[in-house]
Design a protein. Sequence first.
Length: 250
Amino acid sequence: MISKKWLKYINSLQIKKYRQEQQQFLVEGSKSVVELLQSNLKVEMVFCSESFHDEFHLLFGRLPFEICTEDELTKAGSFENNNAAIAIVAIPSKNKFENIATAKIILVLDGIRDPGNLGTIIRTADWYGINHIVCSEDTTDVYSPKVIAATMGSFARVQLSYQNLKHFFEDTDAVEVYGAFLEGDNLHHTPLKSDKQVCIVIGNESQGINGSIAPFITKKIHIPGTGRAESLNAGIATAIILDNFFRSNH
């Protein structure tokens, strides 16, 4: 059973202000909670259905949990229906952003505002084995329930860091910084290096890459198209660029 106190607390973590105050976030649904239970993230509490616990009890170890009904899970969380679980998780400290100096590819997100796009980008990065994403300070919060849900569990493997991108590029050792621009070179005809560290920058859904970041781009690239759409969804554009990158280097 979820007490009124816990219900109020879970509801509060759907709001960024309270996530930041408490340094905790929510993970909902069977797929995401199973991925969470197999990760190194610190789980504070799990509320779950009896059937979910019966199936995955070996993953719980000594984690505190409470059995509750599907109606309680749905009422507490952001899903329309939840017959599995809700977990309360500690937000990793900033010093958990490890090994970026040895990463060959760093994905950089400049002003991505749509939670679904951010979640898709994280999932795509995970598919291609990219473990590090650097986000501008105005990129949407990775710990939003909508973002976490859209990652389909990839949040447990991909590390995100929110930074002033100007300062980040001033300090980075990346030998090439690729950026998506409408006036860039044809992506399909551009050799993409991966023998040394590179950054791939994806800009805001409607405005592209911020002008203050543009001077750090060493290679502007463009996804060619023959239709009449004004632009591509940021998540789709990321997938196309990463696929071309890996096809040209494998």
